[in-house]
Design a protein around this ligand. Structure first.
Ligand SMILES: [Zn+2]
Length: 275
């Protein structure tokens, strides 16, 4: 599933062709949404916003197109009406004078008024966005100290969109490694220094993944590994999807476990549980 950084990159590509532009024609593939085609066609898009894995396209008439890609949704940006060859079903088409932004396969799509936006069931329950410019390490620490979260294992918390919006499976393993904390610990088991390390790692790793299209490993190390001919699948992450390979920091073999129903990777030495 795409995670926050991938959704934000998709939003950037769409924003390039629709933000500040009039959408000449809007089409919906789902019959329940077709009543909105007339209301949105001919209206300017003011802004594209992401909240975790949700994408919000704000129109100039106070209506917002909400979409969540779930597992299958995929956006394409093409020259006007040059639809890609695909067997996927077209769900949203935003045509400007020159370009088309097309969403295929997703079904979690709604058109919301400003009021509906504030009470939307998913948007109302999600935590701070990991890519928000306003997010600080101190704010992350606040979440960790919150009674709602402090007694739950980090492995579970870092998949809970109510804790932070936009974190997913690879970011979970990579943030916990970056902070050198064991995934089985709970925030209340950690020292203030470890809370701060998690605060910094949460922001740093998410931003790095956004800027580099998914690389979370140390960028100097990545440059060296590339020079040595190492494949992207091996240099991309510190630990994620690297089971039985050696930890880049200490040489211990990376461990793979299932936690919260999803695969998680960590280094048992770098992320050991204190005695
Ligand atoms: Zn290690």
């Amino acid at each position: 599933m795409p995670e926050g950084p991938e959704i934000r990159r998709a939003a950037d590509r769409i924003a390039k062709v629709v933000q500040g532009r009039v959408i000449e024609r809007v089409e919906f593939g789902l019959p329940r949404l077709q009543e909105f085609e007339g209301m949105l066609s001919g209206v300017k898009v003011n802004e594209l916003e992401t909240r975790g894995k949700a994408l919000l396209t704000h129109f100039d008439n106070d209506l917002t197109l909400y979409s969540h890609n779930q597992l299958y949704g995929r956006w394409y940006v093409v020259k006007r009406d040059r639809l890609p060859k695909t067997n996927r079903s077209l769900r949203v088409a935003l045509h400007t004078e020159t370009h088309s932004a097309l969403l295929y396969s997703a079904s979690d799509i709604e058109v919301l008024t400003a009021d509906e936006l504030t009470t939307h069931k998913f948007l109302a329950r999600i935590g701070p966005d990991i890519l928000s410019q306003q997010l600080t390490p101190q704010r992350v620490v606040q979440q960790l100290e919150d009674a709602k979260f402090s007694g739950r294992k980090l492995a579970h918390l870092y998949l809970d969109q109510g804790f932070f919006a936009g974190v997913g499976n690879y970011l979970r393993s990579e943030i916990l490694f970056e902070a050198r904390v064991n995934p089985n610990l709970r925030p209340k088991d950690l020292s203030p220094a470890q809370h701060m390390a998690l605060g910094e790692a949460t922001i740093e790793i998410s931003k790095r993944a956004y800027k580099t299209a998914g690389i979370t490993n140390d960028l100097e190390r990545v440059a060296q590994l590339k020079e040595q001919g190492v494949k992207r699948s091996q240099f991309r992450h510190h630990v994620f999807a690297r089971q039985s390979r050696r930890c880049y920091e200490c040489g211990t073999k990376v461990t793979k476990v299932e936690l919260s129903g999803r695969r998680l990777y960590y280094c048992a030495s770098c992320q050991s549980v204190p005695e």
